[in-house]
Ligand binder design. Structure first.
Ligand code: BGN
Length: 324
């Protein structure tokens, strides 16, 4: 009070300075919005044992070692991919197979950058993988979660060996070679430390960006909700109303491994209504009701085209129709 009076006597109004100080702390302090969250973080020495491998077919000697060397390691050249975006290590039996599902509309530069980066990244790890890009036809607001559900359904039709799904945004690139693109025993949040958030986790339950989940787990929670159009909430619904509510835990690799760079693009507008949907699904109705009737079980869409592009399989879908 005394200082305030002194400043006032000097004719200085302290409030703008205080405001400026707080603003500087919020914007300059690297730990802003940071949450220390160390539950279910898999330690680096446990990364490989935490993964779920393809069934062993007896030829253990010729199984591919997981290669976590840096991409820029001398001597690494990326291999040609099969038409349609699939790849298998050429000279060993893969231990892991992952299906990457990428929801997409109207961001050709991001898609090109993503594919150019991800193919060598995944090959370097010695995984076997497929990439499905699910494109939403123009018209309705973007429905990221429903596109993931469709990718899951379509990939299972195309790839009988699919047991591990990576649901991933097109604008996020992993920055650490140890970030293995295979499924862990529990659903994993991959993209927890983004450059956009100064490599801090904004809140502990965040499950957006990219996740790895086993087929059986995704089926057990009835997939994502189909009801979230526009930006926000569908990932919170999956983590809190479905995955955690069904008794699974969410795990993460350590924060220095989970680092991502976000490609630039116009931000999507936030949908106010999504907050209400998220809360409603977690409310009194949540004990299995919404879960059982909204998701993979009532998924309706029409496939307009299936194309095996050079670096990915594209499935163009219309969400406005009611065909299954
Ligand atoms: C949250 C969004 C998430 C998004 C993260 C990170 C909502 C719904 C409110 C319940 N959640 O605010 O969907 O992944 O930010 O950007 O908007």
């Amino acid at each position: 009070m005394r200082y305030y009076k002194c400043l006032k006597d000097l004719g200085v109004n302290p409030w703008p300075y205080l405001g400026l100080g707080l603003t500087l702390i919020v914007f300059i302090h690297p730990g802003r919005f940071s949450v220390s969250f160390d539950h279910h973080v898999i330690q680096e020495e446990d990364l490989i044992p935490s993964l779920v491998a393809l069934p062993d077919e007896g030829q253990v000697q010729s199984k591919c070692p997981l290669n976590l060397e840096h991409l820029a390691h001398p001597g690494f050249k990326s291999f040609p991919v099969e038409q349609g975006g699939g790849w298998n290590p050429p000279d060993c039996i893969p231990r892991f197979h992952s299906v990457l599902v990428i929801p997409y509309r109207d961001r050709p530069e991001n898609l090109q950058q993503f594919l150019a980066f991800m193919h060598p990244f995944l090959q370097r790890q010695n995984l076997s993988y497929d990439i499905f890009v699910i494109e939403q036809a123009p018209g309705m607001a973007f429905n990221r979660a429903k596109l993931f559900n469709i990718g899951f359904r379509e990939a299972l039709k195309a790839t009988s060996e699919a047991y591990c799904f990576i649901f991933h945004d097109v604008d996020l690139l992993p920055m650490d070679r140890r970030n293995i693109y295979a499924c862990t025993r529990q659903p994993r949040h991959m993209t927890s430390h983004l450059d956009k958030f100064r490599y801090n986790l904004p809140y502990p339950q965040l499950f957006g960006g990219g996740i790895a989940i086993l087929k059986d787990q995704f089926q057990a929670v009835n997939g994502f909700s189909n009801r979230f159009f526009g930006w926000g909430g569908e990932d919170d619904d999956l983590s809190q109303n479905r995955v955690l509510a069904s008794g699974y835990q969410i795990c993460r690799f350590p924060s220095d491994i989970n680092r991502y760079q976000m490609l630039s693009h116009r931000p999507a507008p936030r949908m106010a209504d999504n907050y209400r949907k998220f809360k409603a699904a977690g409310g009194s109705d949540h004990d299995g009701m919404i879960l059982s009737r909204d998701g993979l079980s009532d998924l309706m869409y029409t496939v307009l085209a299936r194309t095996r592009e050079e670096l990915y399989t594209k499935i163009l879908v219309d969400l406005s129709t009611s065909m299954q």
